[in-house]
Design a protein around this ligand. Structure first.
Ligand SMILES: Cc1cc2nc3c(=O)[nH]c(=O)nc-3n(C[C@H](O)[C@H](O)[C@H](O)COP(=O)(O)O)c2cc1C
Length: 205
């Protein structure tokens, strides 16, 4: 968890804060392992890290209530989305991790993303940029797929890049592991874990 030393008076940060959001219902699956490697890589560079498991949080999907206002808070935010909202503008990077379910991100991940429509309205309707004069936070995508179809990650990549754009983050890349159905997964997973640690460290540059 972020410690109190992660913030200094005046709202400036001295320590890189990296938030991992796990959108997989499997809290100890391949996707979770890759996300943990990203966070370990970030910690190796001195970052403070935190992981939120969407499957353990309770929040409604977007109800298209047309209530998105000029600030960055959803008017129906009286649920666990508060935990996400409170961190989006406070961290330096988010690693969003979701396996591929039916060619897209999981329902948990998509529900969280849709509940960020308020940020899309802030940026593209009210033309407010969140990070004027300072570096935008970084967004990294982590994903696994059972199959090895060449296009298996493409729809999810479009969704995730759209998400990071809406919250005004800089999309910096992805760590992908296909063909997790393969019984001989271990060597390829080790390569992906190493890439995840490297990408996690790069979040702190
Ligand atoms: C509901 C569901 C839908 C899935 N849909 C796809 C799919 O469209 N394409 C694919 O390659 N794998 C699909 N998979 C397989 C998962 O992407 C794969 O098992 C992945 O490794 C799961 O993540 P985990 O290892 O972190 O648990 C699906 C799995 C489930 C449970």
């Amino acid at each position: 968890m972020f410690g109190s030393q992660s913030f200094v008076p005046g709202g400036t940060t001295t320590v890189t804060k990296v938030l991992g959001i796990l959108g997989s219902p499997a809290l100890k699956g391949n996707t979770a392992d890759l996300l943990e490697a990203v966070l370990a890589g970030a910690r190796s560079k001195g970052a403070q890290t935190e992981r939120l498991n969407l499957a353990e949080m309770e929040f409604s999907p977007c109800l298209e209530c047309a209530g998105c206002g000029p600030d960055d808070m959803c008017i129906m935010a009286d649920d666990d989305m508060r935990e996400i909202y409170s961190r989006i503008r406070a961290v330096d990077a988010i690693a969003l991790a979701s396996p591929i379910f039916f060619m897209g991100v999981t329902a948990q991940t998509k529900a969280m993303i849709d509940r960020c429509q308020n940020y899309w309205v802030e940026r593209f309707v009210h033309k407010k940029r969140a990070y004027v004069g300072r570096r935008r936070p970084k967004g990294l995508f982590v994903s696994c797929a059972g199959s090895q179809r060449p296009i298996v990650f493409e729809p999810a990549l479009h969704i995730v890049k759209s998400f990071f754009s809406a919250i005004d983050y800089e999309y910096v890349g992805e760590v992908l592991l296909a063909n997790t159905d393969d019984p001989a997964l271990a060597p390829r997973k080790n390569v992906a874990l190493e890439k995840a640690r490297i990408e996690g460290a790069k979040l702190c540059e």
